[in-house]
Design a protein. Structure first.
Length: 369
């Protein structure tokens, strides 16, 4: 069962590299970078973020005007105390002053970076569910909005489907792997043995072992349509929350369909996530390169998780932004946060569909679906 891990370790030791854990961490490091509108403008970094609501109690009788709190789940190799996350929190606050931002940590230990690589995602989501329920502000808010960066996007979807308490109004995911990954990463060269060994781990049956499925986080959203039966039998996370198994969980569908908006953002030049179209729930045949958009897939047609219901109500959004994985532009973030977040019942939260489609060219998007 563990032959590939041993092979991996052997490769690593022949190269005098640190063990598997350390190698994966070095390989899969994709922290957020926010590209500011004007590089000489330093307002974001000097705008200090604190997890405090600005108007805590001074306008109690004017609740309609206070923005909903935002929960934010970071990606692989990032940490909830990283600069990119704090900058994002600052942008949320600039877009909707007074926003209470909660940076999710999937572990109780002080540094949560390693929990983005290692652990059982089911247990991580359970922990996040308990933590949010104990937060005095989040648990008393009528609802929250949610931002998921990379794998944090599908984990928040898991939170919504399984727990959703406090309930999420709108979810925005950036470069997430809703339909899984078929490799860890595109290797930069034929001689990058660490990268090739890590990808080989996914391609071997070892990926379906109990050990890997309960410890290696990305393995829990590995999905290869050429190896679909094993995926259905052994995937610890993705096959379940995508309701791909014969017995469907009706709660998952009900909860996801209850979102006001589910906004899936794909990075146009994403060379990290394989395939990047996973960010839009598309299915890619890695041999032929054929892309089947979500609207042509059974998960949508039979509406296993509520995507069709959302779409028919105009609440499933396909957004594309320029740039490589997690290279976020300030103006894109501000536009999306402005568009979909803010006060409960706010007139802006999700009604400007026409404008969005114009900016991004709806014809171009449709042809990709
Ligand atoms: C469906 O998911 C909910 C929420 O996680 C859980 O409580 C319930 O037991 C699940 N139902 C089935 C049939 O698995
Ligand atoms: C992950 O954790 C859940 C909940 O404790 C458990 O039911 C499941 O078997 C675990 N998965 C694996 C692959 O160990
Ligand atoms: C998957 O599970 C089914 C039902 O338990 C079993 O018949 C089948 O052999 C399994 N397939 C693999 C590849 O393990
Ligand atoms: C992917 O494409 C190849 C080549 O066209 C084909 O042989 C294979 O069956 C396809 N895989 C799936 C899962 O459709
Ligand atoms: C997807 O569905 C549309 C309409 O149902 C159809 O016109 C299109 O050819 C389909 N695309 C694929 C790749 O199956």
């Amino acid at each position: 069962m563990l032959s590939n891990i041993i092979l991996f370790a052997a490769t690593a030791s022949a190269l005098a590299l640190p063990p598997l854990e350390v190698n994966l961490e070095a390989l899969l490091n994709t922290p957020i970078t926010i590209i500011r509108d004007d590089p000489s403008d330093s307002t974001i970094s000097t705008h200090k973020y604190s997890q405090q609501p600005i108007h805590a109690s001074d306008d109690d009788d004017d609740d309609d005007d206070s923005p909903l709190p935002v929960i934010l789940w970071h990606g692989l190799g990032d940490a909830s105390n990283a600069d990119g996350l704090r900058d994002t929190a600052s942008l949320l606050e600039e877009t909707h002053p007074g926003t209470y931002v909660h940076l999710i940590s999937a572990t109780t230990s002080p540094s949560d970076r390693s929990a983005s690589f290692f652990g059982n995602v089911t247990e991580q989501i359970d922990l996040v569910c308990e933590t949010l329920q104990r937060d005095p502000i989040l648990s008393t808010a009528p609802a929250v909005d949610a931002v998921g960066f990379s794998q944090g996007g599908q984990f928040l979807r898991g939170y919504i489907e399984r727990c959703n308490n406090p309930p999420v109004r709108s979810l925005i995911t950036f470069g997430s792997q809703h339909n899984g990954i078929s490799a860890f990463e595109k290797c930069k060269s034929a001689t990058d043995l660490v990268c090739h060994a890590a990808n080989a781990l996914l391609k071997s049956s070892t990926v379906w072992s109990h050990y890997v499925q309960s410890h290696v986080v990305p393995a829990q959203y590995y999905r290869d349509s050429e190896d679909y039966e094993n995926y259905l039998n052994y995937s610890n996370f993705l096959a379940d929350i995508n309701n791909e198994r014969p017995v469907k969980n009706a709660t998952y569908k009900k909860n996801l369909a209850s979102l006001r908006n589910f906004v899936m953002v794909m990075f146009e030049d994403d060379a990290t996530v394989i395939p990047k179209e996973s960010g839009w729930f598309s299915q890619v045949n890695m041999t032929s390169g054929e892309v089947v958009g979500v609207r042509n897939r059974t998960i949508y047609e039979e509406d296993w998780i509520g995507l069709k219901k959302l779409d028919e109500g105009g609440n499933l959004k396909f957004e594309k932004v320029r740039g490589e994985h997690m290279q976020l532009r300030e103006k894109d973030l501000k536009r999306l946060f402005g568009e979909y977040f803010g006060p409960l019942g706010g007139k802006d939260a999700g009604r400007k569909v026409e404008k969005v489609n114009k900016v991004y060219g709806v014809e171009e998007m449709k042809s990709d679906l």
